[in-house]
Ligand binder design. Structure first.
Ligand code: ZN
Length: 93
C-alpha cells in the first residue's frame, strides 16, 4: 500500500496554498453544466471549460481553474509563502 502511495505521488508533499485569501473558496464541480474559467492562458484565445469533478476556486461569480490560479499567484505550492510575502508595488506618482 505504501509503495502505491509513493508511486502515485512521487513522494511529494503535494499541497496548494492561498497566500492572500481575499474571499476565494475551493469548490468541486458537481455536474456537467458548461462553466468556464474566468482567465485565459497566455497565447490562448479561449476560456477553459471546467470539467465535472474538477477542483477550482471561486470568488463571487469568478471561477478559476487551478492552472490559472497557480499561474496568476492566487495559489502557490510554496509551503513557506508566509515567510516571503510579495513586495508591495510602488505607488504611482
Ligand atoms: Zn483557467
Amino acid at each position: 500500500m505504501r509503495d502505491l502511495i509513493d508511486q502515485n505521488t512521487d513522494g511529494r508533499d503535494y499541497r496548494l496554498y492561498v497566500p492572500h485569501n481575499d474571499g476565494w473558496l475551493g469548490r468541486v464541480k458537481p455536474d456537467s453544466t458548461k462553466e468556464y474559467c474566468y482567465m485565459k492562458s497566455p497565447g490562448e484565445d479561449y476560456y477553459h471549460l471546467l470539467q465535472v469533478g474538477e477542483i477550482y476556486l471561486q470568488r463571487g461569480h469568478e471561477k478559476v481553474c487551478l492552472t490559472c490560479a497557480l499561474r496568476n499567484g492566487v495559489i502557490t505550492e510554496n509551503r513557506l509563502h508566509w515567510q516571503h510575502p510579495p513586495k508591495s508595488k510602488p505607488m504611482p506618482i
